[in-house]
Ligand binder design. Structure first.
Ligand SMILES: [Zn+2]
Length: 296
């Protein structure tokens, strides 16, 4: 008996989402799970480390390839001057551990899965922390989309004190495109204060989810054949923290709680929504299971 032939063309503009790991790292337990101690105390004194991935994401859209974040540059390990400022050099090893080598850079990771980095059309940057912009050097032809509120952080005094390293962002050939959020007509997204429809087809909507940084954004990816996905950067270090309203040890607590409430309201409207923070192995596995792709 003849079976039903599965469709060979995607039932919508999005054909897939893939996890692109760019090395691994570790953060303090207090960083990931929150702490009553002041940040500087646990940053300097904590001895407990929690392993985490440093993921970027590749979305295959009918109109071109899109990255969500670009990961960490292996130069953070090989170049002692990657962070220029003395305070950053002093703190970075106390706050983060990185397990990353040359093969983890974004360009090589893309090539390993048969994707020419030069074909990346757009990279949406959740926020400007160095472990999310490290791969922009490998995709100079791509438009780099970031929220205007996040871009404004570069004009404030000492953005490097918040791990926003201008020397690795304001590259001469980088094509930054700061965007303003606009009113949305989709009632499913009414809980958000605007959004930005990346391709104008509703398949990839950028949403303001500040708190980790003032201009952090998330990207809702919808395709007809697969569950919806919210790529949420560092809004949380695990999807369950948003569901349980448990905020981490960094960021603005009140703003994070407001963003968490908005995402929970979105979950009420889209119960099969997969929440995918950038530093969450479980979320990456759930995404890969839903989209049936393998790591490269
Ligand atoms: Zn971050």
């Amino acid at each position: 008996m003849a079976g039903i032939t599965p469709p060979t063309t995607p039932a919508g503009p999005v054909d897939g989402i893939e996890v692109v790991p760019t090395g691994r790292g570790a953060q303090h337990k207090e960083h990931r799970y929150g702490s009553r101690l002041p940040r500087i105390l646990w940053a300097l004194l904590s001895r407990s480390w929690v392993e985490m991935p440093i993921n970027a994401f590749l979305i295959r859209h009918r109109d071109g390839l899109v990255m969500f974040d670009t990961g960490l540059d292996p130069a953070i390990k090989s170049d002692p001057d990657y962070i220029h400022q003395a305070i950053g050099q002093f703190l970075v090893d106390r706050i983060f551990q990185f397990h990353i080598g040359p093969d983890d850079r974004l360009g090589r990771r893309l090539e390993a899965r048969g994707v020419d980095p030069a074909t990346i059309r757009t990279a949406v940057i959740s926020h400007l922390h160095f472990d999310h912009v490290g791969g922009i050097v490998d995709i100079p032809q791509a438009d780099l989309v970031v929220s205007q509120a996040e871009w404004d952080q570069l004009s404030r005094p000492h953005p490097e004190h918040e791990w926003i390293l201008r020397e690795h962002i304001e590259l001469p050939d980088a094509r930054w495109r700061p965007i303003e959020f606009q009113p949305l007509t989709d009632p499913v997204l009414a809980m958000f204060d605007g959004g930005f429809d990346l391709f104008g087809d509703g398949s990839m909507i950028l949403l303001p989810t500040p708190g980790h940084t003032p201009g952090s954004l998330s990207m809702l990816v919808r395709s007809e054949a697969r569950p919806p996905v919210l790529l949420c950067g560092d809004l949380a270090y695990g999807g369950e923290f948003i569901r349980r309203d448990k905020i981490p040890g960094t960021g603005d607590a009140a703003t994070l709680r407001h963003s968490y409430a908005q995402v929970r309201a979105l979950l009420d409207r889209l119960p099969d929504l997969i929440l995918v923070p950038s530093h969450d192995d479980d979320a990456a596995a759930a995404l890969e299971a839903a989209y049936a792709v393998k790591r490269g």
